[in-house]
Design a protein around this ligand. Sequence first.
Ligand code: ATP
Length: 202
Amino acid sequence: MKKIGLFGGTFDPIHNGHIHIARAFADELGLDMVVFLPAGDPYHKETTQTAAEHRLAMTELAAQADSRFAVSDCDIVREGATYTFDTVQIFRQQFPSAQLWWLLGSDSLLQLHTWKKWQTLVRQIHIAVAAREGDNLARAPRELHGWLGDALQNGSLHLLQTPMYNISSTEIRRRLGNHESTAGLIGPQVEAYITKHGLYRR
Ligand code: ATP
């Protein structure tokens, strides 16, 4: 059976933390493919973000790092707010017999109960989570308690074993805005793209 990981994010910009966990998810879960899904119109975040066209282009450059990686613009080309629930239906139709995994960081997992139709979603897809500094699943919102316990027990929730990699797009944007080095934190091709297009300058 084909195993596919779906990895949604703003990717503003995509950084080595994303690449590190995507690879670790693929290794630990034996995924045939990890599809990066840059967000179009994120309703969770109220930040002014970089144009989708640039975020998509940077994600495509970064995804060259591993032959299992692919990029889809399906959350960008869809009109209006995009919900994970709808994205999953699209991939389910496209890959009816594949095992689908939604890949995310622990900060996103702790928001899961605010997602559209989350209780249906968690029955349709497996979920794998990478720990981020400061997050503690033991202090998850009450709404998630029942599901977390069950999902950990029945294997539909996987906690990534690979050690965490503490980097965020917020920190990258801060560094770029202050003309500080981002060496080792983003890929060289992404860095060249950012310079070429004058992104994240104050
Ligand atoms: P920002 O700092 O702008 O909030 P971010 O670094 O969290 O951005 P996103 O594009 O929002 O990046 O993240 C996409 C997904 O990747 C989310 O599920 C997020 O939790 C996860 N993620 C991002 N960075 C890491 C990291 N270093 N470790 C684990 N998960 C991460």
